[in-house]
Design a protein around this ligand. Structure first.
Ligand code: PML
Length: 308
């Protein structure tokens, strides 16, 4: 048996993504101590078993949702979330509160905050590669989206289904999950959709992420959060692609994303002033919907930019 050692970041990421534990060590996998979470991890490397021990700082998930009551209906105004260390909580609560109170969709009359401590170690994943597409009009953007999605074997019917959900007058809080081949929708509550949750940026790589976005002249929280979400969604084996059009009337850049496409930002995806928008996930035939929804809503995921 090899003695415990501190691993390199790369090896650790591989393990967190799901390498097996040797029998007998399982009980030491994660446990809570006065320091936070302690992980004992192992990998098989060149026929050797290596053991890794590390202290993981306790993490918190903040979720914010703001709404307005119009004619006895709760209308979605804005939402945001992230994974943070305890010492960042009050700063982030202030930032989210400010955002909720100053959204172009209107003034909320209810703001909900959920602040949750994790007992589960987040999976660490790599982000999608960012690309930009210049489109001059929403019509051109939709043609381009259609072409790219058809190339991923998403059918024309499924693409038109996605646009019809976006174009409907109801703004969902969450995303719609639809078939990539047929006109079928799977999320159980279509008024609400699925809210992708428990996701954030790995603090170890946050500075690098900021540098990359600064170079691309898109260093703002909206892009950061959208890329983080798109990376979590695309990581699931049964998600073929995502289409996102902001429901913010002032924001006219959207994206399509997938493992193959990366994060493809599309300018002029809608006209300024248009309040319609939404997120659509195209999924494979035969996907386990219950498992997929559980992953999207409940599984903590951190995006790490070290290898970007
Ligand atoms: C939203 O937050 O309203 C969705 C924004 C999607 C596009 C973000 C970007 O500019 O890359």
């Amino acid at each position: 048996m090899v003695s415990p050692s501190i691993d390199s970041g790369q090896a650790c990421r591989t393990i967190i993504a799901g390498t097996a534990y040797p029998t007998g060590l399982g009980i030491f996998k994660n446990f809570i101590s006065g320091f936070g979470l302690i992980q004992a991890k192992s990998i098989f490397q060149e026929n050797q078993v290596k053991y890794y021990w590390r202290v993981v700082v306790e993490m918190w998930n903040i979720r914010m949702r703001a709404s307005q009551n119009i004619e006895s209906q709760e209308i979605h105004i804005s939402g945001a979330e992230g994974i943070f260390e305890e010492n960042e909580l009050s700063k982030m609560l202030g930032i989210y509160l400010k955002r909720a109170l100053n959204h172009s969709r209107g003034k909320p009359d209810k703001i909900y905050f959920t602040i949750e401590n994790f007992k589960q170690i987040p999976i660490k994943i790599s982000p999608l590669i960012i690309k930009n597409l210049i489109c001059n009009s929403p019509k051109e953007a939709r043609e381009l989206i259609t072409e790219r999605l058809l190339n991923l074997n998403i059918t024309k019917d499924a693409i038109l289904h996605a646009f019809s959900i976006i174009d409907s007058n109801k703004t969902m809080r969450g995303a719609a999950i639809i078939s990539a081949t047929k006109v079928l929708r799977f999320d159980p509550n279509i008024e609400r959709g699925i809210r992708v949750s428990r996701l954030g940026i790995d603090r170890e790589s946050d500075r690098k992420f900021n540098r990359i976005l600064k170079r691309l002249k898109i260093n703002n929280s909206r892009v950061k959060e959208a890329l983080t979400l798109a990376s979590k969604v695309a990581y699931h084996v049964d998600v073929k692609a995502e289409l996102c059009i902001s429901d913010d009337p002032d924001y006219t850049t959207g994206y399509i994303a997938s493992k193959e496409l990366g994060y493809l930002r599309i300018a002029n995806i809608k006209n300024s002033g248009d309040r319609k928008g939404g997120r659509i996930f195209f999924i494979n035939e035969g996907a386990d919907i219950f498992e997929l929804i559980n992953y999207l809503e409940k599984m903590p995921v951190l995006v790490n930019f070290e290898n970007y």
